[in-house]
Design a protein around this ligand. Sequence first.
Ligand SMILES: [Zn+2]
Length: 426
Amino acid sequence: MVRRFGGVDESLRPCALSGMDATEEHYARLLGLESPWKVTRVKLSVEKMRVDIFIEYGELTGLCPECGEACRIYDHSPGRTWRHLATMQFGTYLHCEPPRAECGQHGIKTMRLPWAGKHSRFTQLFEAFAIKVVLASRSLKDAGDLLGLGWHPLHSIMKRAVDRGLERRGNDQIAWIGMDEKSFRKGHDYISLLNDLEEVRVLDVVEGREGDTADKLILKSLDEEQREMVCGAAIDMSAPFTKAIRGHLPNADIVHDKFHVAKHLNEAVDKTRRKEHRKLLKQKDDRLKGTKYAWLKGMEHLGDEALEQVESLAKAELGVAKAWYIKELFRHFWTRRDAVFVRSFFERWHQKAFETGLPEIRKVARMLKKHLENLLTYFDCYITNAASEGLNSKIQAIKANARGFRNFENYRVSILFFCGKLELSP
Ligand SMILES: [Zn+2]
């Protein structure tokens, strides 16, 4: 039976504690140690504000950590120390020479310890507490300061928590996924993410965005059964994910959703504005100064003043106003229900977009036309990338908090720790 470490178990038999005095017995109970584990000594140092607890295994047989078979104790590994939760603000440390069992099948193996994971220098209770502190802190630095831990030990706790969480994550059905790319370091480094749109969580992250990155990401995040059950994937039109989705997710519709489309249209409006602004400035005309954000908003989000400004610029037949109108018009695409009607709406919109004569708008219109079939899939499953958008801003905050990550693996651990909705506790 696996006992939860740290719980005070009333059923703890008195004989388990035999040979210990009151202090040792008290700590053995606090640590939830069962015979033949026993506390042999408790050393209290008031000036160092520190409690050292020494633990021994008092039996000649033990269990193989691989198969659980009872076998003889071969010897003991060199002494190790684990940091535990503080006792009344006294730093508390456990010491033990872990016993090694000799299994007929698996050879000589260090036995499992009831208070700590395999490679950890902290007890499980300490790790559980540290995880809560990290989740509640504004930054890793704040958490480290509170716990008296440097970046490396703190990160090792987070990494073990994520490994545990990933191992525990079942293979439940994940019907709707989103795939996205994100810049990682300055320059051309990217990461690709696979998100569960329903549960609003990141399933996994891999480095890069080209070549077989998307294949790796899908295979890493979903097992074969799960891959068969994915119904839809929301991705950007320009993302190189289509081939991987077609290859590995046989039942998934690809949806170029409204968030990704809006991003392209907004970019086109902004590029049009910048070009026009430069041109007008040469003629000493600064009408477009300070208007950047008004054009990126939807009509319903404009204040009276901004709306008037947009209207007067539209009357003046400025390109950016035409571009804005085309962008706003496209929002009606998503409110249609009937497939025939959506197609005819798109044709009219496409024609209007071309009539603006604006190269940036024409470019997006061409792109949308090319991917029209995967825009129309929206009306079969109504998924959008809204969940991924929320996760993206969380990831942005993680990156800013850590002042950029030098190493991809550390970045991945942090993303999964904060955005994976994993069961992190030991
Ligand atoms: Zn074994």
